[in-house]
Design a protein. Structure first.
Length: 240
């Protein structure tokens, strides 16, 4: 339980800081990342409560929706806002919002085998009855898509930096975001496949959150972008 509490506190504090940067800059990337971190924090809280008092069906539904489905994709939305044209980010945000509402409804009604909630595998998705439900499909699709967007953002920003020698803060931000998300994903994978525990997952969640937060803080504060011609790569520091 202790590790999950630490992950929750880290996520909550980091979310507040990132939302503070959004209030100063009004950059939608920070709003998306702040939302992703808030989702992460609440998911860690449900995990801590489940470890302390046992996972009820409602608590499992919340934990799986937030921790298993939505966290990574909202971080990827932030990267989309950072690197893609504004209209692309807005369309992605609107689609994601609609899908989030639909998945929240599905999470509330999807059949759950409560007898499996006493095992780590059950808590991490094995308790869902049937693997063809929208919630299960979204967990697979969103995590793959989110990871690809984060990794692609890292590669794209690195290429831009090599071409123009501007925007090293974006390279660092996207690399750290990707690494942090992969650390959290590793925690889920280990817990599911090699007998890992929720405590070990909480430790990796804490490490991943810290790495991602370092990425957010690097924007505009470390090797900030030099002025360039396109709107999509405007200097973050100038907008803080």
């Amino acid at each position: 339980m202790g590790a999950a509490v630490v992950a929750c506190l880290l996520g909550a504090v980091f979310s507040v800081v990132v939302w503070g940067r959004w209030r100063r800059s009004r950059r939608p990337a920070f709003a998306a990342w702040g939302t992703g971190l808030a989702i992460f924090a609440v998911a860690a809280l449900t995990q801590a409560l489940g470890q302390a008092y046992g996972f009820s069906v409602p608590l499992f539904r919340a934990f799986y929706l937030l921790g298993g489905v939505l966290g990574v994709i909202y971080l990827a939305l932030g990267t989309t806002f950072l690197l893609a044209p504004a209209r692309v980010g807005k369309v992605c945000a609107a689609v994601l919002l609609v899908l989030t509402l639909a998945l929240a409804v599905d999470a509330a009604v999807v059949p759950v085998d409560a007898s499996k909630l006493t095992t780590t595998a059950g808590v991490l998705g094995g308790a869902l009855v049937g693997h063809g439900t929208p919630l299960f499909v979204a967990a697979v699709f969103f995590n793959i898509l989110g990871t690809l967007v984060l990794a692609g953002g890292s590669a794209y920003s690195a290429v831009r930096f090599i071409q123009s020698r501007a925007g090293f803060d974006r390279v660092l931000c996207n690399v750290l975001l990707t690494v942090g998300a992969l650390v959290v994903a590793l925690g889920f994978s280990l817990a599911k496949t090699v007998g890992g525990s929720l405590t070990q997952l909480g430790v990796l969640e804490s490490i991943g959150a810290a790495v991602m937060f370092a990425g957010f803080l690097s924007l505009g504060r470390f090797g900030a972008s030099a002025p360039v011609r396109t709107r999509a790569v405007a200097t973050p520091a100038a907008e803080d």
